[in-house]
Design a protein around this ligand. Sequence first.
Ligand code: SF4
Ligand code: SF4
Length: 416
Amino acid sequence: MTSATEKGTDIYTLSLDCVHCGLCLPACPTYQVLGLETDSPRGRLYLMRALQEGRIEDPQTVRLHLDQCLGCRGCEAACPSGVEYGRILDLQRSELEEKYPAKGVGASLRRFLLNRVIAYQGRLRLAFRFLRTAQILGLHRIAAALRLLPSAAVLLMPKIPAARHRRPLTGSFEPEGIPRARVTLFTGCVMEQLFGDINRRTLQLLLANGFAVDIPSTQGCCGALHHHDGQTLTAQRLARKNMAAFADAEIIINNSAGCGAALKEYGELLGDDQARAFATRCRDVTEFLAEQGLTAEPAPFPHRVAYDDPCHLCHGQGLRAQPRELLAAVPELQLVPHPNPESCCGAAGIYNLVHQDLAQQIGQRKLTDLASSEAEVVVTGNPGCMMQIDAHRRAAGSEIRVMHPVDLLLPEEDSG
Ligand code: SF4
Ligand code: SF4
């Protein structure tokens, strides 16, 4: 990314693509809930352009509406003019953070957590160790009651797995027989701590399908949360770290839509050819397996399954058919449609922690949609979406199970 002045020019130029037709409005979850033009894509684009033209005196008035944007990019998919809303939003958030950083305790705490904790794998592991103890002792509920922790954090946080499930997964692994190819696995930060078993099953799935897998120990957080929060310098530092960790990798597989979209955006973030080349080597696990074909038949799964598209997979990476193709290969699985599979669930990184009410309403709509499908299982390939949907399911007393696509693709002998 470039200087604040260059960002301003880019924001202005890119925003001119918007012809104010309003076709994106029905696709915007915040507009659907709030019904305000300023909380619609068209309104936000107008505000960003006005800010660049110097027609808005107090930039903080724009910040509220940009903060309330999920960054889901549902509007991009609906826009016939090809407006690059997500890119404009990231540039604007970065420029605001650089020129007019948000003030207050909440903003400082957010910056501290993003830049000083999440950005360092060792510190994040320590934080999760502490959080698990707090969860066991019920301290998180006390902290929420004292307003030291957002109440949504208590609702959303799944049970933090025991240490053996959170151990870093690293090394080189060989399949039985001659490998079809050698791939490298990105294991993420939150994925490692909350969904480490899904990482292990992703490894099993790749091995079962004949791929040799390397997992470098020097990799770290993808920087998505930082990038979308305007913490550009940290996001760039994390991108460079991962590029070095995966320097020798031909294909880099990930199983988290948010991370995958961020890895594929390193070219834009760093603005150099090396980063652009890195991005072309990244694949979502479903994208890769659909492209290569499954050689190990998945175990039968005799259930009704609804697939819910993570925003950063469908809008961010354009991957819609691939997960569905793979699920169609699972014996006895019945894929049932549900309304609005591409509509954001309200997770959006840390959105559901900082905009609890809005995220709650958006999450509720998602659960209503899923309930109407009469699915027994909802499948989605992003940790934030899994946590958000599961939290709403628990709150509503729904029996629907939330699973990652990888969980349904393992062959019988690995699926136990
Ligand atoms: S990114 Fe999502 S929430 Fe933001 S304006 Fe677009 S559709 Fe609305
Ligand atoms: S972003 Fe696209 S769809 Fe939305 S108002 Fe502008 S041109 Fe129309």
